[in-house]
Each structure stands twice: as C-alpha cells, then as structure tokens.
Ligand binder design. Structure first.
Ligand code: HEM
Length: 359
C-alpha cells in the first residue's frame, strides 16, 4: 500500500496514510488532523490545543526521568522473578511472559494489589479478542468492565491511601479543583488499557528478533552483562521500528486537505499507519537493517508531534530491563524447533505466539 496507494480511501470516509513523510506531516498538524475522534472522554489522547496541553502536563508529571529511574529496581526484581520461573530447554510462549511482567511492573508503578494480576491478564486477553473481532459493541462492553475495575481501585485508594500513582492522582489538582472521578478513570484507562498490551506485545517482538538474529543477540548479551541499559533500550526501539506492533492511530479532518494530490474532505477520518511509515525506504535506506543509532532520529514507534507518547521512557526502561534480565539469565535464545511463530490478527500488531527455547 505504501508504494501502490500511499493515500488510501476505503470508500466509507476513512483514509490511511502509509508514507513516513505524510504520517509525520499529519501528526505535526493537529489543527487539520484533529485527535477528537471519539465521543468517549480520552485524556489526554482525544483532545487538541490548549485543552490537550493542560491534561498532558498532568500525565507527564508521572513519567519524568526521575520517576522512571525510581521504578527500575522494582522492574529488575519482577523481571528476574518471572524469568527464573520460566522453563529451560522446553518450548514456552514469550508473549505470555511479557504479559505477566507488564502487569506486575505496572501494578508496582500504580500501587495496585498483586491479587489483581489474573483479572488484568484475563481482561487484556478479552480486550485483544474484542479488538480483533471489530465488534464495537463488544469492545465497549470490555472497556466498561475495565472502568469498573478502576473505580473499585479508586474507592479502595480513597479509603486506604497507599504508595503509588493512583493515590497521587486522587490528590491531583486542575485549575484549583481536584480531578473528577471520570477524568482519573480516563487517564488510568489510557495508561493501562492500551499500554499494558503494548509492552507485552513489544516483548514478543523483541524475543522474536533476538531468536532470529543470533549475532545481535550475542552483542546485546555482552552489553547486558556490562549493565548498559542505554544500549539495550536503543536496540529495543530499533527492533520495534523494524516490526512495529503499535500499528496506527486515528485523526479526524477539520478542513478539506490535499495529500499527494488527493483531497481528503473535512469530517473524514485518517489513520496514521506507524508500522508502514517505520519501514518506508525513503526514510530508512534499508528498512530491514538493524541500525539503532542511524535510524533513531526518524523512528516513529512512539509517534511524533504533540501527541507523541509520554510513556516512551517508561516503556523503554521496562522493556530494556526485562531484555537485560533475559539475556543475562541465558546463554542462548532460539526458536523452538517444530513450532512456528504466529502473527497477531490485524488490527492487533506483533505476534500472538513466539515459541522459543532458553538455554
Ligand atoms: C511499547 C509501548 C508503547 C508504544 C509503542 C506506545 C506508542 C504510542 C504512540 C505511537 C502514541 C501516539 C498516539 C497519537 O499520536 O495519536 C502514544 C501516545 C500515548 N501513550 Fe504510548 N506507547 C507505549 C506505551 C505507553 C505507556 C506505558 C504509557 C503510560 C503508562 C503510554 C501512554 C500514552 C499516552 C497517555 C498517549 C497520548 C499522549 C497524548 O495524546 O498527548 N504509552 N503512545
């Protein structure tokens, strides 16, 4: 599509941009490509302009480099524990390991109880299934179930304030007033609902890449043993560029706009396809080549423009930490013989099944 039809129309009011330059231009023009795509309150994702900046500033306070660093030791402990309980010399599912790690790391950050782990894992599976089905009603029902879980946690945190971000959000103020419950629910939903899944799916991509590239794996194991988290994080971001599991985000057009000679009329929808843009040979001379340093400047895994992911540093820390723990706990990560990795069903990206052997 990127080569044959880079500005594609589905005939029903939705367009998709596939080329790197077009996706970047749209992401940097929120006045034309608005993020107000949903009737649901989605903070800060679904806002534009000054209103977006206000809520974005609140979200960013929880993802500063200091906060990310403070969480790193807990993530190392969780990753080491999850990996120690993973069998050696027999086939296991990398994505399942990533899921358990993502849930535990996020619960540590948010101050959520460990007993919630299985409920969250089940919810993630149901959410993926609903997304795959394309059934909006089912997706809405699953989202509602998540809101019920969050409301119960908020009520608990109100009565028994504990450490963690959830309790802090309850004390957060906006223009002199506390945040409304629906605002807190929306913020937490965006952090968890979309992003728990993306950490787990990203880990599947990383393990698949390591098993497929033994030389890179060896080099990164040496970096992991030397404690070079920066090198591992840069490498992880490049693996995610090559096989970007966070496929797309939507916009709605505020005025007629021309892209590559095609007029997209006001009110139509536009999908920014990060995955296709991240493999555009116009931006990356050899898109398949693993070149962390060279490609970093144009990497779109975490988006670009005013909505670029505020969770980037947090995500890369979490992913680098589990990758380090996996590499130092093993001498080899290989594809399991007799099994093939299985792709996720679009629109979910990445792999649903990455069978590997650890030695
Ligand atoms: C590998 C993991 C992740 C990937 C690949 C990812 C990717 C992205 C991308 C591409 C966007 C841009 C959306 C757009 O332009 O419409 C975005 C936005 C966002 N991400 Fe992430 N994300 C990840 C993890 C996280 C985590 C862990 C959090 C929070 C805990 C988070 C919170 C957000 C929020 C709040 C936004 C909306 C920002 C805004 O509208 O200003 N993300 N993410």
């Amino acid at each position: 599509m990127r080569e044959a039809c880079p500005v594609a129309h589905d005939g029903a009011g939705t367009w998709t941009l596939f080329r790197h330059a077009d996706v970047v231009a749209a992401a940097h023009d929120p006045a034309t490509f608005s993020s107000q795509v949903s009737h649901h309150l989605t903070l800060p994702n679904g806002l534009d302009g000054a209103e977006h900046a206000t809520y974005r500033a609140i979200v960013e306070r929880y993802m500063t480099p200091q906060r990310v660093e403070a969480l790193a030791p807990a993530c190392h402990a969780i990753a080491a524990e999850v990996i120690a309980s993973t069998p050696r010399h027999e086939t296991f599912r990398a994505v399942a390991l990533g899921t358990r790690y993502a849930v535990r790391a996020q619960s540590a950050w948010l101050g959520w109880p460990p007993q919630l782990e299985d409920t969250l894992i089940q919810w993630m599976a149901d959410n993926h299934a609903a997304t795959r089905s394309g059934d909006h009603e089912l997706t809405a029902q699953v989202a509602e179930r998540f809101d019920t879980i969050i409301r119960a946690l908020l009520s608990h945190a109100r009565h028994t304030p504990g450490p963690g971000v959830t309790t802090e959000l309850l004390a957060e103020r906006l223009a002199g007033r506390p945040l409304h419950e629906e605002e807190i629910v929306s913020i937490l939903r965006n952090w968890t609902a979309g992003d728990l899944g993306s950490i787990a799916v990203s880990f599947g991509v990383v393990v698949h890449f390591l098993a497929s590239h033994p030389t890179v794996q060896g080099d990164l194991r040496a970096a992991a043993r030397a404690g070079d988290r920066g090198a591992i994080a840069t490498a992880v971001e490049e693996m995610l560029r090559i096989d970007d599991p966070f496929v797309a985000n939507r916009r709605v057009i505020t005025r007629d706009v021309e892209v590559r000679g095609r007029t997209i009329p006001a009110s139509d929808r536009v999908v920014l396809n990060w995955t296709a843009a991240n493999r555009d040979p116009r931006a990356f001379s050899d898109p398949e080549a693993f070149r962390p340093q060279v490609n970093a400047a144009h990497n779109l895994v975490f988006g670009t423009g005013p909505h670029a992911c505020p969770g980037r540093a947090l995500s890369l820390m979490e992913l680098a930490v589990i990758t380090i723990e996996l590499l130092i706990a093993t001498t080899r990560i290989d594809h399991a013989p007799g099994h093939s990795p299985v792709r996720e069903t679009p629109p979910v990206g990445g792999w649903s099944f990455v069978p590997v052997l650890l030695s």
